[in-house]
Structures are given as structure tokens and as C-alpha cells.
Design a protein around this ligand. Sequence first.
Ligand code: ZN
Length: 268
Amino acid sequence: MSFKSNIRHLLILIFLLIGRNSNYGSKGKTRVLVFHHLDKPTRFEKIITSLKKNYNFISFEDFVSGNICKDKINLIVAFDDGYKSWFDFGAKIFKKHRIQPMLFVNSDFIGLASEDAYEYCQKHINTWQEESLTWVQLQELKKAGCTIGGHCLEHTDLTDRNLKQPEIFKLLQKDRKKISEKLDQDTNIFAYPFGRWNESIVGEVSTTDYRYAFTSDSGYLDDSDSELTLKRTNVGMRSSFIAQAYAAGCAERLTSDVAKLRAIVDIF
Ligand SMILES: [Zn+2]
């Protein structure tokens, strides 16, 4: 973990301790918490157990159909990329705690042999090596109640200036088609790789027939500007205290405070 990232987590934790969060007046709203690797199952279960005390876990379908708790803040769990640990460790924990996460996968990552999956992690996702899920495992996770969405071929940063519009469309469309075929579904949710997006990419995602697209801009789903720029809060496999701070909205408070400080500094 980088020095900058450690400082950010420390500040977010301090914000939690001094009560600087965005939960006040937010009962009935919904937040999506994003994870990637599930290689620390004990820690993940601790995070879920501690969050369950104050929050209500729902699925994305619950959110869409208005099946939410109005007296608490609702949480949806999401995982990105398609790691084998979701099946090896996650399936049991999801069932035990009755959570139905959204799983966003790169269709060309699923079903790779170990060595190829390791290379994909390093080359495309820029993360540590882990095996990928098989399509059969993904089908099992779907049967257990997970909602599966697209994440683009090659985990492409779609905001890369060298990419031309037809190429972007092809990467998105091929990915959506393969997931839909393999899982026998009409795939309608998508997560921007690296959380990166701009207005032109939103247009391409809409043309690909995705109904909902998720960013990594922290905040409540309810406060998103559109169904194609839905907010999510990136948590990762950190301590349950840090997860509490992210769930409480301390990340967006920190971002907004830093922006205000920068504006003040700019005046001088
Ligand atoms: Zn990703």
C-alpha cells in the first residue's frame, strides 16, 4: 500500500472518530461497497458482521424495486474482475450472511488457465496474481442469488485517448454478449474498469444496451446523476474499522473537504 493511500485511510478513520460522515439524515438511502479479491475470507466476514449491526444489506434488484429499509442505511456488496476466491471463500459467506452481491466480470478473464490468469492480472488489471473463476462457478454464484454484470474485455481503461469510438463499442459489446450467452441472461449492469468514465464513454455504454453503469465515485446510489453514472464506494479487504468509515461516507467527506481547502489555497 502506498504512503498516500495510508494517509488517506488514516484521515478517513479520524473522520469516523470525530463523526465527520455523510450518514446524518441519510436513512433509507443505499450505498454500494466495492471489493476485488476475496483472498482474506476471515477479514471479509468480520467486515460484514460488523456492518450488519448498523446497516441493512440488500441486493441491487431490491434497490430497483424499492424493497429497501427506510429506517436504516442500505448496503449492496459488489465485487469487480472475476477472481476464483469469490467462489472458493465467498459463496459460503454470502449464503451464511444472506447477501446477494453484484459481480462484475471481464468475460475474457473467466475460465483462463492459472498462468494466463496471473498474466491477465498483471497486464490488464494491474493487481496481484489470482486465478480466475470458471463459467460453471459463475453460474453457481448466479444461482445463489448474485447479479452478474459486465466489466469490458481486457479490463480496458475506456478513457484512454488512443482508443477510437468503434473499438470501444466492440470491446463493450463482445463482453456483454459473451456474459449474456454463458449465463443465459440479458446483462444490464456494467462497471467502468478502474472506475474511469467520461460523457462520451457513457454514450457508448448506453449504445451497448446496458441499463445501469457503476463508477467508483463515492456516494449514495440515490445521489447519482444518472443510471449510467451510479456511485459506488471502493472499500477493499481492509480492517472492519476502515470499512465502517467508508460505509459511513467519510471518503466523500474527505474528498469534498480537500477540494474546499484547495479552493481556499488557490485564493491566496
Ligand atoms: Zn476492475
